[in-house]
Design a protein around this ligand. Structure first.
Ligand code: SF4
Length: 553
């Protein structure tokens, strides 16, 4: 068997390619490798909103600052403000990292899409962690589509070392092409550890205002010019990905029937099974987008059947469909060889390759009691739900909309207290809609952090219409679900913010979310339900996990 490898050296811009190793190898999560890569690329600041599986990125940057205050690392009100703050750093000519989970990019989509049109001269890198399999998310959306939508480069690491190196390179690419660059992670990479060898860190950029300020003023006349400019960059972006070592084509001359395309961590699953194949297939691995079309064409011309293995949506597979129509069979998620939903596994890939499953012996069925996720014992949200349920006794069809946080578990027994959880902030706006549709009583339940993230603006709608609803803000004084990051606003300032929006002070209450106050709290909720207008109640008690951590010091 003869093997011809078509591999090209790494980008000439990668600042880490020739630098010496400066310290012993580290063992890092994928998230931490991205953070370390950003720190070593000389970022001035990093911004994020916590969300699994991306939270550890900013936590690692924070740990690097070591009291020096550099780089600046800050949790933000939401992903949009985080992205915009990073844009401000880039506008000043310095480097900034912004991190979020995949659904957070929906919130940041407005600045993200528009930032592709401005002329970025300080590196702007977005690290976004997708969650195929929905371990801790409401959908499986694939951020590579967003990169394609914005017409920018996306780098997709297959391991922690690549996460480190690609992040460093992403800053160089951002400044070279004057665009933001996306690093796309997935849960298995973000949350698993491997050895990472780091390189000589680079210093911060000197501050330098944008050479062409008008490129940042997206008035239609400028935006039209900037859009054409972005379109004109596309051939150069394609040339980069064609030459990038992240897109590696291994053609097996003797094997012309079967080829495989992998993206990101799917490469690992292929490599795990490769030795069991009778004939080694030709293989194109894609780690940098836009697609390296010439390499794809070479592989497509070389084989009769092409299996596409990618974590997330069948993006590459869909883009390829129709190529060499009738002569090339493309297999993947759309044709059923790979499941369309959930994560890939080595065994799924094994079966897609036509190998017998490695699935072990079937265990005898064990009659274990089911253990659905639950609020911690003694959680303040549990006490708030007890009061809420007491207050609603006797109502035939109350509506209780809710949101994203630990308190979403109130949907499950023993509480079964809430009816919706769609996206950040939707509890408030959906309650407004339900009230306007004639439902009564209507309540919305939202956490303090989610309220600051996306609940304030829909509350303004409700204030302006004096909507007949009762909003209950469950203030546990932390962002509990993602590990206890500090709340942006303490209760005292939250109250000022709410009153400042124009809530009638007679229908604004702060209560203690404590078991001993259940009766009293139920009575307050009942009273506010009886008020045919807008009421806001803040139920305050610190998350017991955060309190424990605080006491431990
Ligand atoms: S972490 Fe805190 S807020 Fe979340 S369920 Fe436990 S006690 Fe409640």
């Amino acid at each position: 068997m003869s093997t011809t490898s078509t591999c090209v050296p790494a980008s000439a811009d990668a600042d880490c390619k020739a630098t010496q190793r400066t310290e012993a190898p580290l063992v890092l999560l994928g998230d931490e490798a991205v953070a370390r890569g950003a720190c070593d690329a000389g970022i001035t600041a990093a911004y994020a909103y916590p969300g699994t599986p991306s939270t550890e990125i900013l936590e690692y940057v924070m740990a690097q600052t070591g009291g020096r205050g550099r780089p600046i690392a800050r949790w933000c009100a939401n992903e949009k403000t985080a992205y915009e703050e990073a844009m401000g750093v880039a506008f000043a000519g310095k480097r900034a990292l912004v991190a979020m989970k995949h659904v957070g990019l929906n919130v940041a989509a407005d600045p993200f899409m528009n930032s592709a049109l401005v002329s970025v001269h300080g590196g702007l890198v977005l690290a976004v962690a997708d969650d195929p399999g929905m371990h801790s998310s409401q959908n499986e959306q694939d951020s590579r589509w967003y990169a394609d939508f914005a017409r920018i480069i996306c780098l997709e690491p297959a391991n922690q070392q690549e996460a480190y190196e690609m992040t460093r390179e992403a800053f160089d690419l951002s400044e070279r092409f004057r665009i933001p660059v996306m690093i796309r992670l997935v849960t298995r990479l973000a949350h698993s550890r491997a050895v990472v060898r780091v390189s000589e860190p680079r210093g911060e950029n000197a501050a330098k205002m944008a050479p062409d300020i008008s490129s940042w003023i997206l008035l239609p006349s400028n935006a039209k010019r900037q859009w054409r400019d972005l379109l004109n960059k596309q051939p150069a972006l394609s040339d980069y990905t064609l030459e990038s070592a992240h897109n590696r084509l291994d053609l097996i001359e003797a094997e012309r029937s079967f080829g495989v395309i992998t993206t990101g961590i799917a490469r690992n699953y292929l490599l795990e099974n490769l030795d069991d194949l009778a004939i080694r297939p030709s293989h194109l691995h894609i780690g940098a987008y836009p697609l390296p079309l010439d390499k794809v064409r070479v592989l497509a011309d070389h084989v009769k059947t092409l299996l596409v293995l990618e974590e997330g949506y069948p993006i590459v597979e869909r883009l390829l469909r129709g190529i060499r129509h009738g002569q090339l069979l493309i297999l993947g998620k759309e044709t059923g060889e790979v499941p369309a939903a959930g994560e890939l596994t080595p065994d799924i890939v094994r079966q897609a390759l036509g190998l017998t499953s490695h699935r072990g012996v079937d265990l005898p069925t064990l009659d274990l009691p089911s253990r659905p996720p639950q609020l911690c014992s003694g959680c303040p949200h549990g006490d708030s739900y007890d009061a809420l349920k007491k207050a609603l006794l006797g109502f035939e069809s109350p509506v209780v909309t809710s949101d994203i946080g630990c308190y979403t578990l109130g949907a499950l027994p023993p509480y079964s207290a809430i009816q919706t959880c769609v996206c950040m902030g939707a509890s408030v706006s959906m309650a407004t809609g339900a009230a306007e549709a004639g439902c009564y009583p209507v309540l919305a339940v939202i956490g303090d952090s989610t309220f600051v993230h996306s609940g304030v603006t829909p509350l303004m709608d409700a204030v302006s219409a004096n909507t007949d609803m009762t909003l209950i803000i469950l203030d546990n004084e932390t962002v509990a679900m993602t590990g206890g990051q500090p709340s942006l606003l303490p209760t005292s300032r939250l109250a000022g913010l709410i009153l400042g929006l124009g809530i009638d002070p007679d229908h604004f209450q702060v209560i203690s979310a404590h078991r001993r106050d259940t009766e009293k709290n139920a009575e307050i909720i009942r009273r506010e339900i009886a008020h045919r207008g807008l009421s806001v109640i803040i139920a305050v008690r610190e998350c017991i996990e955060t309190a424990k951590k605080r006491k431990r010091g």
